[in-house]
Ligand binder design. Structure first.
Ligand SMILES: Nc1ncnc2c1ncn2[C@@H]1O[C@H](COP(=O)(O)OP(=O)(O)O)[C@@H](O)[C@H]1O
Ligand SMILES: [Mg+2]
Length: 295
């Protein structure tokens, strides 16, 4: 691993002390549609996204994870129950919460550097401090040599890294990521995990990361929320007590990680069984993969 990954810019060091931000969801319900067409997506769901931790949410595809993100981001309102940020109810979107979607795209007409500097510039903060952070982040995500390239000149993995840097420079109180690495090949994905974990470890702001990938979840998480099948609620919470910084190799070979993986597999298997009986294609795929797993 690049030795520069252990260096820290003064700007990011000061960011480290910056905030404590906790999100609490309490007994929330959410349905789409009305009357006979109503579909309950979230049912009596409670969880905490603890301050200065990386909370990963894992659940079957289609269980309601993105819906929960819509609620936390304030794009949608709960039917009942409450979501608070540091004790205040979330009612609207706010710049304290930044969501990075899988579909998030770089501006094609801007270079990597200009894309990363977009947020500070849009706020009229094109300062030396912001430029220093852009430099630091470029280095941190391994894109120094690509600073003057345009998005279409970057590989898919590089684009995701640039997107991460573009989001992280804004230092949101809560960084929310919805399956950001879905669709990348396995090697690019593992590289992304290390880059992203490195960025998180830099400032340890509150992060909320949603995935369906068990290895990704265990590698990244401080706390893991395991969700039920639709309508979703919190099935189980596991503290991932594997020291940081982590390397993929260490985690893959760690007895603790494998123990956690089995536990998560068992829980998700039970949830998939429920949706399988409901005819879900994703659940059938999961069951197929599960039956072929090596343990
Ligand atoms: N705006 C919407 N209107 C109607 N149904 C929706 C809407 N958003 C999501 N759903 C439904 O809610 C369920 C959960 O979707 P989603 O939250 O995207 O799941 P996940 O992110 O876990 O894959 C799905 O059945 C989906 O069709
Ligand atoms: Mg989703």
């Amino acid at each position: 691993m690049n030795t520069s990954l252990t260096e820290e810019s003064p700007a990011l060091t000061s960011a480290r002390e910056q905030n404590t931000s906790e999100i609490v969801a309490k007994n929330i319900y959410k349905s789409y549609g009305a009357g006979p067409f109503a579909k309950e997506v979230v049912s009596d769901c409670s969880f905490t996204i603890e301050s200065n931790k990386l909370t990963v949410m894992i659940g079957p595809s289609g269980c309601g994870k993105s819906t929960l993100i819509q609620l936390i981001a304030g794009f949608e309102a709960t039917d009942s129950g409450e979501i608070t940020l540091n004790g205040s109810p979330i009612t609207d979107p706010g710049k304290d919460r930044l969501v990075l979607f899988q579909e998030s795209a770089l501006f094609p007409w801007m270079t990597t550097y200009d894309n990363i500097m977009y947020g500070p510039r849009a706020r009229g903060e094109d300062t030396k401090d912001a430029a220093d952070q852009a430099e630091f982040l470029l280095n941190k995500v391994g894109l120094d040599a690509f600073r003057d390239k345009y998005p279409q000149q970057l590989s898919g993995g590089m684009q995701r890294r640039a997107e991460l840097a573009r989001a992280m420079i804004n230092k949101p109180e809560v960084m929310i990521l919805d399956e950001p690495f879905r669709g990348l090949d396995n090697m690019s994905k593992e590289l992304m995990w290390e880059y992203y974990a490195g960025l998180y470890e830099e400032d340890r702001n509150t992060n909320f990361f949603v995935t369906t990938d068990i290895d990704e979840a265990i590698f990244l998480a401080d706390r893991l929320l395991i969700m039920t099948n639709l309508p979703t609620s919190t099935r189980s919470v596991i503290e991932i007590d594997i020291p940081r910084p982590r390397t993929i190799e260490e985690v893959v070979n760690s007895a603790r990680a494998n123990e956690i993986k089995k536990e998560v597999m068992t829980l998700l298997h039970e949830e998939a069984m429920k949706s399988f009986s409901g005819g879900s294609k994703a659940a059938a795929d999961f069951l197929d993969a599960y039956s072929k797993r090596a343990d």
